[in-house]
Ligand binder design. Structure first.
Ligand SMILES: [Zn+2]
Length: 118
């Protein structure tokens, strides 16, 4: 399963980040998934839940944000939101550079508050 290996890679990143901050537990992580990234947000959430069960990350909350592809028209320079086959809304040219929409990244990570430690 594609999403499971992605989930493991994400957890490894979060784990390293927490270790770098002195072993704090992660509370909440934000993920941004581009609509063109071929990652299904629900499958990824499911895989992450399965991968964190019975681990110190079991209570990790995920905020998954999906992000539309953004394009830059090569003919007129217009910025617009659209998929691979969409044409520029200003000049109808279909040659455009992709500026985003295929990303898969951790946008933020909240760790437990040290003052709340027991
Ligand atoms: Zn254009």
């Amino acid at each position: 399963m594609h999403e499971l290996s992605i989930a493991n890679a994400i957890l490894k990143t979060i784990e390293a980040e927490c270790r770098a901050r002195g072993g704090l537990r992660p509370r909440r992580a934000g993920l941004r998934i581009g609509e063109l990234s071929s990652v299904n947000a629900e499958s990824l959430r499911f895989a992450l839940t399965a991968a964190t069960r019975d681990t110190p990350f079991a209570e990790l909350e995920l905020a998954i944000e999906s992000c539309s592809p953004r394009r830059l028209c090569r003919a007129c320079g217009a910025h617009y939101v659209g998929g691979l086959l969409s044409a520029c809304p200003r000049c109808a040219c279909s040659s455009a550079d992709l500026l985003g929409g295929d990303e898969l990244e951790i946008t933020y990570l909240e760790v437990e508050d040290e003052t709340c430690r027991t």
